[in-house]
Design a binder for this molecule. Structure first.
Ligand code: ZN
Length: 430
């Protein structure tokens, strides 16, 4: 292993994006062996590789004790996708967590032994141990789709939570839930504004960031909206009417702007899903471009806007945006497993185009901790490859490459997110 690769493997990596299930879910309904291996992004590759929906459903059905048959149903598809980024991560998971060399050749006895290991893992504290000690993560930032960000007693200074703003950006407003949360009845645009401020006053101080993945439901194209237009849409929605797409976009843009303003007030970066979709058969590539957010970046120069997933396949557009706008950051979360060569290429272009304070190296974007362990190992391996190529081409010396790695893996996140402040606030709130 080169000095550079050793440095990357020893450096405590900050994980800016996961969807991790809670400790209780992990212990009580955690994944069995085959779920642990395959209930992550690779399941989609299996479908695209020709596995039937039934075969994948059976593979991931832990109530069926016949591990060998469940695996056999997807074996041909698995062989076709084991070299994709998602497939590579499964191989890393198998090796690192279960000491399995070759999934497709597992004997029933080996399957039983790995399943026994799986049962040992699903114990209190193992989720934290896998992430902190095996993946060597500093902390993880979790989007569990909620506004609330209370201390997580399974690791209060390790599991830091995003305040979810997705439903607002999609104009899926839940007035009763807002009333329950902050005691403000939303009856018009002024009370909506006050409810939003109250939500942030309540949950902002313990959040690590604001997060929205509205790109799954609507175009990222944002424009400034006035109160009168937004209120017209709001009143129709409160009256139980179905909004037109134009009205949804108007109200969603208005709510997004208020969220960005509150993020600035509460010193929170605003994370936005850009680019590639999880799943299969539903991605309209035009609406996921990061360039759709330029008006927002111009309107809010004091915001810290984190553009996630390398905006793949619009990574070049993202590089141009991060180079141009001081308030835009590149987050490589999930990108290493979607298309590792593209991620390497994006990183190398970024080194020579964008100041080094603008990039975050990693987020696994996973639900179970073993998958995050694998995605972290994969990110380290490909980050090493990209930086070693820079050294081999004489563009960076090894010391410079190590310094770049440290920036990307943790220093930039510590500068952009108020990690120390939020950790102190969470411990104080316990
Ligand atoms: Zn995600």
């Amino acid at each position: 292993m080169s000095h550079l690769a050793a440095h990357i493997s020893h450096t405590r990596l900050i994980d800016t994006h996961e969807h991790l299930h809670s400790e209780q879910e992990f212990v009580e309904e955690g994944p069995d062996l085959l779920q642990d291996l395959f209930d992550n992004y690779v399941a989609v590759d299996l479908l695209v590789a020709g596995a039937s929906e039934d075969a994948v459903r059976r593979l991931l059905d832990a109530s069926d004790p016949d591990l060998a048959s469940r695996l056999k149903g997807v074996c041909d598809a698995w062989r076709r996708c084991r070299h994709t980024g998602y497939g590579e991560a499964v191989c890393l998971l198998a090796r690192q967590v279960y000491d399995i060399a070759e999934i497709a050749e597992l004997t029933p006895a080996q399957l039983e032994a790995a399943q026994a290991r799986n049962r040992e893992l699903r114990r209190p504290g193992e989720r934290l141990r896998l992430l902190r000690d095996v993946a060597n993560l500093d902390h993880v930032q979790v989007d569990n789709y909620l506004w609330e960000c209370p201390p997580d007693t399974s690791g209060p200074d390790f599991f830091l939570y995003d305040l979810s703003w997705s439903s607002f950006c999609r104009a899926k407003l839940d007035a009763p839930a807002m009333y329950d949360e902050v005691g403000i009845a939303v009856e018009g645009i002024d009370s909506l504004r006050r409810a939003i401020e109250a939500l942030f006053a309540k949950h902002g101080p313990l959040a690590i960031a604001v997060k929205s993945q509205h790109a799954y439901e609507r175009t990222l194209l944002w424009e400034e909206r006035n109160d009168a237009d937004a209120e017209r849409a709001l009143l129709r929605q409160l009256g139980g009417e179905e909004l037109s797409e134009g009205e949804r976009l108007c109200l969603g843009d208005w709510c997004m702007a208020r969220g960005v303003e509150q993020a600035i007030t509460h010193n929170l970066p605003f994370k936005i899903h850009t680019g590639y979709y999880a799943g299969t058969g539903r991605m309209p590539v035009e609406r996921i471009r990061p360039g759709h957010l330029c008006a927002l970046l111009m309107r809010y120069p004091k915001a810290r806007v984190v553009l996630m997933h390398n905006a793949y396949p619009y990574s070049d557009e993202l590089i141009a945006i991060a180079k141009h706008y001081p308030n835009a950051y590149i987050d490589m979360c999930w990108a290493w497993s979607i298309d590792p060569y593209s991620a390497c290429d994006t990183l190398r272009r970024t080194i020579h185009a964008v100041p080094s304070n603008k990039v975050f190296a990693f987020g696994g974007d996973a639900w179970w901790p073993s998958a995050s362990v694998a995605y972290a190992a994969q990110a380290r391996a490909w980050l090493s490859r990209a930086l070693e190529a820079e050294v081999n081409d004489g563009l960076l010396n090894e010391r410079e490459a190590m310094a770049y790695a440290t920036r990307l893996m943790r220093e930039n996140q510590l500068d952009c997110f108020d990690v120390a402040g939020r950790r102190a606030a969470l411990l104080a709130a316990m």
